[in-house]
Ligand binder design. Structure first.
Ligand SMILES: Nc1ncnc2c1ncn2[C@@H]1O[C@H](COP(=O)(O)OP(=O)(O)OP(=O)(O)O)[C@@H](O)[C@H]1O
Ligand SMILES: [Mg+2]
Length: 265
């Protein structure tokens, strides 16, 4: 899919440029730069407190970096208001499932058209593009996505009654419903059992393969990252520790040291 033209490099879909975030006195991110190519699955790893969620929140416009820029197809996303995030083509899921528990699956997926929740970031990330295109089109697209993620049989089930793994798939469906160019996944494997993690990995790869969607995967589950990521960026203490193929990063002495020194492995 990626073609190398002689003497030219394809411009990145997303470019993170020297991004820093400071909270009070804490430097949560310190001059982070990396590129994401179209169609790539990029794994963002690092021990607890490394800055993964902070970076994720910059990409989804929840945090404004103190320094640096984030470019989507060459345009800064930081000058755009957070409620335009889904229109810009960035879809996200949440580390802790953020569905509307008393609504059915189908209503959760289509809720973006009139989402109002306590959290603006949830509403902002759910504005569906189809509102302009009419209800009939919307119903068909929701149905397509439910079929694609094998959720049709629970379409009219209230979300709170579903197993956690299924709820995570509903969240994925809701993010896909915003028709993103880039899908941001924050610890999608959290709370899933071994088999569910395996199914999720297949699904993320399928979404990329079928739809050409670029994926940023923040994940503690090293097995998942190493099996589906094309490219891995490792953070530690807010800095980029290493970057490369899963094998390169896994074997990087600094990465090994960082993980040995942390309690979460
Ligand atoms: N809203 C905030 N206010 C103050 N400090 C914060 C805030 N969010 C994160 N931090 C600090 O910034 C640093 C990076 O945190 P972050 O949550 O990004 O790490 P992480 O890599 O996602 O960790 P984990 O694997 O535990 O989820 C930590 O020192 C954290 O305490
Ligand atoms: Mg985190």
């Amino acid at each position: 899919m990626m073609q190398a033209h002689s003497g030219q490099t394809a411009s990145p879909l997303l470019a993170v440029r020297d991004v820093s975030v400071v909270f009070g006195g804490i430097v949560a991110l310190n001059g982070i730069s990396f590129d994401m190519k179209k169609g790539q699955i990029l794994g963002l790893i690092g021990p607890n407190g490394a800055g993964k969620t902070t970076l994720f929140n910059c990409l989804s416009r929840l945090y404004q970096p103190s320094k640096g820029d984030i470019l989507l197809e060459g345009d800064s996303i930081l000058t755009r208001p957070p409620h335009r995030i889904s229109e810009m083509g960035i879809g996200r899921t949440f580390q802790n499932v953020a569905l509307f528990p008393n609504l059915t699956v189908v209503d959760n997926v289509r809720v973006g058209t009139h989402a109002r929740s306590n959290s603006d970031i949830v509403s902002d990330s759910l504005r569906l593009p189809w509102i302009r295109r009419g209800e009939k089109d919307m119903n068909k697209r929701v149905d397509d996505i439910l079929g694609y993620l094998e959720l049709r049989h629970v379409a009219h089930t209230v979300v709170s009654g579903l197993p956690f793994g299924t709820q995570k798939r509903v969240e994925l469906a809701r993010a896909l419903a915003t028709e993103p160019k880039i899908l941001l996944l924050d610890e999608p494997a959290g709370g899933l059992n071994h088999e569910e993690v395996y199914i999720l990995g297949d699904l993320v790869r399928k979404i990329r393969d079928d739809r050409g969607i670029t994926v940023l995967l923040v994940e503690h589950h090293m097995g998942l990252v190493m099996s589906i990521a094309d490219h891995v960026v490792a953070l530690n203490f807010g800095r980029k520790l290493a970057e490369g193929t899963p094998q390169q990063v896994q074997n990087d002495p600094d990465v090994i040291k960082a993980y040995l020194g942390s309690k979460d492995q």
